[in-house]
Write a protein that binds this ligand. Structure first.
Ligand SMILES: Cc1cc2nc3c(=O)[nH]c(=O)nc-3n(C[C@H](O)[C@H](O)[C@H](O)COP(=O)(O)O)c2cc1C
Length: 286
């Protein structure tokens, strides 16, 4: 089993001032920690279908996630038929790895099931008309998907999330025959990694102090700004080192790339219509 300090070093990367990893606690690594800390998105898949029972196991793992008030406000569509998967891939940013992966799971916010329970009990389900319930469904779906992702990785499978499932939400809903009050949130491509292709590597993350604040958010605004500026500079450096190691020269820095990703309406890749599509599909967002 890998040791904790090398796992953390890979997760936080290296800068000119050394490793950005936090101090290592005297804790033995276990298989769960090893899988979590070594996560990497995989975009090179072998076409081999998944073994029988895998989809059911991933589903059980997904369903094992905590769910708000046990309402279970998510559903997924599992696509394995190559022609359908290819059509879905076209709608999801035309990303080739979706076609290559034997399984493409599309996780959806699902308020249709609760609409049915309201009908069953002849109540209007006023609560379903609020943004809160959509938010709950997004959280439930995300927790479920991440459980499926970790379960897949524990079986030696590779995964890659696909936010591009929101690029053409009307067409995807129509392709998958989604009912009212169900909308696709993101996909998860799953398959056996193709070890013949470029290997996926653990991508460093932002320094911990940027992500988790102790007790309260703010110190003074000046301290906050200084610390954040230092964190962002350190992370630009750590990711540049990572990109260099991966043979990506001339890659923009993380701050440049992230800024570009949200610069204009066009950088949303069609997702600017998402709110309108939610409303069309019966999600009220009061
Ligand atoms: C909700 C979500 C949507 C994503 N969508 C895509 C996508 O459409 N295409 C893609 O190649 N990667 C996608 N990713 C993968 C991210 O790019 C990846 O997680 C990130 O760069 C960090 O890399 P790592 O997962 O290898 O650590 C997505 C990840 C998440 C969580």
């Amino acid at each position: 089993m890998a040791n904790l300090s090398s796992l953390l070093e890979a997760r936080y990367g290296i800068t000119s001032s050394g490793s950005a990893a936090p101090p290592v606690a005297p804790i033995a690594v276990n298989p769960t920690l090893e899988i979590l800390l070594q996560h990497k998105s995989v975009r090179n898949f072998l076409p081999d279908p998944l073994a029988p029972g895998i989809l059911e196991l991933l589903t059980a793992a997904a369903q094992s996630a905590a769910t708000s008030s046990n309402l279970q406000t998510w559903s997924a569509v599992a696509i394995t038929t190559p022609s359908l998967k290819s059509e879905a891939a076209t709608l999801c940013g035309d990303q080739g790895f979706i076609r290559a992966a034997p399984l493409f799971l599309i996780f959806c916010a699902d308020l249709a099931r609760l609409t049915t329970t309201c009908e069953k009990h002849s109540t209007p389900g006023i609560g379903l008309e609020f943004l809160e319930m959509y938010t709950m469904a997004v959280i439930d779906a995300s927790l479920a998907a991440q459980n499926a992702c970790v379960a897949a990785e524990s079986l030696g499978l590779g995964t890659c999330y696909v936010g591009a499932a929101r690029n053409r939400p009307r067409e995807l809903a129509s392709l998958l025959c989604l009912p009212e009050r169900v909308i696709a949130l993101f996909g998860l491509a799953v398959g056996q990694p193709d070890v013949g292709g470029p290997a996926a590597a653990v991508k460093p993350r932002l320094p911990q102090s940027e992500m988790v604040r102790r007790e309260r958010w703010r110190k003074s605004i000046n301290t906050e700004r200084k610390e954040q500026a230092a964190n962002l500079t350190a992370y630009d450096e750590a990711l540049a080192e990572f990109n260099k190691k991966e043979g990506r020269t001339n890659a923009p820095t993380w701050t440049e790339r992230s800024t570009d990703r949200i610069a204009t309406i066009e950088s949303l890749h069609g997702r600017d219509i998402f709110r309108s599509v939610l409303e069309e599909r019966g999600f009220d967002l009061k």
